[in-house]
Design a protein around this ligand. Structure first.
Ligand code: GDP
Ligand code: MG
Length: 163
């Protein structure tokens, strides 16, 4: 059985970096797939011996008439509906920001199955943010560095029971 993982979180936390790492060159072109727009990129992911579908909530940064908050809410709700499990990412260097709490609230309201990941943990600048992440009440954060590939074994471990 395979599953679908949606990566959600505010702009700039590193969602697309993780998406690209999981998908590598196996990026599915989603433009002509029904129900999936450019706002939600879908790819075939590989992590250890796991194969799954991963969704990146892209498009939050594009300028539109819709407020960022409205866009975050709408895209995140759609991603949650498409996914079996959500990877909610925060930037441990930035710490927990008000926008992160908005996401946590959306995920709680939707009763989504959530894996909390604290990204950018390479080096010590992330220590305080990692501790703050516990405040979100979404369980223990998985410390990762999407850019440097750290924490991927831990991510594999929390994803394996989902598969
Ligand atoms: P998104 O907006 O959530 O999709 O974030 P991106 O994947 O576009 O990344 C935003 C910025 O964070 C980029 O400059 C990335 O290079 C950087 N970034 C992503 N992952 C890491 C990481 O693990 N460590 C550090 N230091 N920077 C990262
Ligand atoms: Mg992105």
């Amino acid at each position: 059985m395979s599953f679908t993982l949606a990566i959600v979180g505010r702009p700039n936390v590193g969602k697309s970096t993780l998406f690209n790492r999981l998908v590598g060159k196996r990026l599915a072109l989603v433009d002509d797939q029904p129900g999936v727009t450019r706002d939600l990129r879908e790819g075939a992911a590989r992590l250890g011996d796991l194969r799954f579908t991963v969704i990146d909530t892209a498009g939050l940064e594009e300028a539109t008439d819709e407020s960022l908050q409205g866009r975050m809410r709408r895209l995140t709700e759609r991603a949650v509906e498409m996914a079996d499990v959500c990877l909610f990412m925060i930037d441990a260097r930035a710490g927990v920001l008000p926008a992160d709490r908005v996401f946590a609230e959306i995920l709680r309201k939707k009763s989504a199955k959530v894996i909390l990941a604290a990204n950018k943990v390479e080096g010590q600048a992330a220590d305080a943010g990692l501790i703050e992440a516990y405040e979100l009440g979404l369980g223990d954060p998985v410390p990762i560095s999407a850019e440097h590939g750290e924490g991927m074994a831990d991510l594999l471990q929390v994803l394996t029971p989902v598969a």
